[in-house]
Design a binder for this molecule. Structure first.
Ligand code: TGC
Ligand code: FAD
Length: 388
């Protein structure tokens, strides 16, 4: 049966016609073009890179970037709905798109020179170039301020040394946004594929986010020109500012995965006969659906309100933390419950619930772990940072 999204509080009419059109277009594409491939790529541990031109045609790469730079100039709610629909397909698909837009196009747009913007943004928006974002290191994930990667100024530019890890799209990227420690503070650089001393080997053997390329970035005396520096930002607020954009999209993405699992389990339970009647007719599954439906509805309200505030310029980083933390954990808990409702079928990749459940174990960790966002909200409420 076709996917039916839960909309308990009739929130559909809270979206503009344009927003609904964007959502429905991406939803139809995911159903027709991505879902038929999802199981095969998850199993093989590959991403269908050949879909890149179609994604670009849909306008999902950097949709909020102004049209003069190749973006679609959409609002934040439309961007959120795009992330929701892509993650209904697979978290790896949403990752592919949100890294490109929020973590590569955004820093170039917000911190780059006019020349960097004119060169890279149209290439990235059209999918002719792919990018990645290198912040995390083997020993510094939650605490990126401790990074060991260095940038040393030379007469002609900079020399970069260090190692990044767990970098989405690294191996297939034409350009890497690399954050490094310089005398001046933490700075961002655009490192191009093929630069001498730069390599991006793929990290294998993941049980989660399998349909996504994850890589190390190795920088050994990589010489880049002065024009590789993102000139308009200095300090940790540079990379953290990008994370706000990506975390916002992920809050909607968690909802998308939850919608997929809820719908699959609801349909399954109506046709699965146990003890002579449909599983959906027993009280225990009904309690699970009532709990999940309520939590999903609250997560929808959170995402929508945050999106409207973001479009008004009133969303704060702590609000984004609340939405990422809540909606991703909600997605993970819904996926786990729905996997259980499907019984043994729940562990088969012929169904979606197990794939979403495994994927969300990554999503709950990346872009700030659940606990890091707990502390960010705690800091906002108490005024006391408890990170150290
Ligand atoms: P702290 O001293 O608090 O802050 C340093 C400077 O940064 C500013 N700041 C922010 N700015 C913008 N947005 C935010 N969310 C910000 N949070 C802090 C802050 O005002 C300060 O500015 P200034 O001007 O005073 O220097 O920094 P800290 O060292 O105590 O760390 C705070 C902490 C733990 C919250 C932060 O480092 C953190 O968020 N850690 C989590 C790291 C993380 O999320 N990494 C994600 C890597 S990328 C990724 O996972 C991509 S997955 C992609 C995919 O496949 O979809
Ligand atoms: P750690 O920081 O070692 O945390 C381990 C545990 O300790 C967690 O439970 C954490 O919550 C807890 N913890 C840490 N600090 C505290 C504290 N102060 N108080 C209490 N508990 C604490 N990074 C990038 O830069 N770019 C990418 O494209 C990217 N893509 C990724 C893709 C995947 C599939 C994955 C899994 C990760 C990706 N990451 C990427 C890395 C990701 O952002 C980090 O894994 C994440 O920030 C957590 O860092 P860590 O793994 O080092 O865990």
């Amino acid at each position: 049966m076709a996917f039916q999204q839960l909309d308990y509080l009739l929130l559909d009419d809270q979206f503009s016609e344009d927003e609904r059109m964007v959502r429905d277009t991406v939803r139809a594409w995911v159903t027709e073009r991505y879902l038929p491939l999802a199981m095969e790529h998850f199993e093989a541990g590959t991403f269908p890179l050949e879909l890149t031109p179609e994604l670009a045609e849909l306008g999902v790469f950097g949709p909020t970037v102004p049209q003069e730079y190749g973006g679609a100039g959409m609002n934040s709610v439309a961007y959120g709905l795009i992330c929701q629909e892509l993650e209904r397909g697979d978290s790896g698909l949403r990752s592919y798109v949100s890294v490109q837009g929020s973590l590569v196009m955004y820093p170039i747009f917000a911190y780059g020179s006019e020349a960097q913007k004119k060169r890279w943004l149209p290439l990235l928006a059209s999918g002719k170039a792919i990018g990645c974002f290198g912040l995390t290191e083997p020993d510094f994930g939650s605490n990126p301020g401790g990074m060991l990667t260095t940038a040393k100024k030379t007469a002609d530019g900079w020399v970069l040394n260090g190692r990044k890890m767990w970098i989405t799209n690294g191996t297939v990227s034409d350009v890497a946004v690399v954050w490094a420690r310089a005398e001046e503070g933490i700075l961002g650089f655009l490192v191009e594929r093929g630069a001498k001393g730069f390599s991006a080997p793929e990290q294998k053997h993941k049980f989660s986010l399998r349909a996504s390329i994850t890589s190390e970035l190795v920088l050994e005396d990589v010489q880049v020109g002065k024009d590789a520096l993102l000139p308009n930002v200095k300090g940790l607020k540079g990379p953290l500012g990008c994370l706000n954009q990506a975390r916002y999209g992920i809050a909607w993405g968690g909802l998308g995965a939850a919608f997929a699992c809820f719908d699959e389990a609801l349909q399954y339970s109506k046709s699965r006969i146990v003890f002579d009647k449909p599983l959906a007719g027993f009280q225990l599954p009904q309690k699970k659906f009532a709990d999940m439906g309520t939590q999903i509805t609250m997560a929808q309200l959170l995402a929508l309100r945050l999106g409207r505030l973001k479009d008004e310029g009133r969303a704060t980083a702590a609000m984004v933390s609340m939405a990422k933390r809540n909606n991703v954990m909600l997605g993970l808990e819904v996926a786990r419950t729905c996997r259980d409702i499907l019984g043994a079928n729940g562990i088969s990749l012929e169904y979606q619930v197990g794939r979403h459940m495994c994927n969300l174990e990554s999503v709950v960790t990346y872009e700030g772990t659940h606990d890091i966002h707990t502390l960010a909200i705690g800091q906002e409420l108490t005024g006391i940072p408890a990170f150290r």
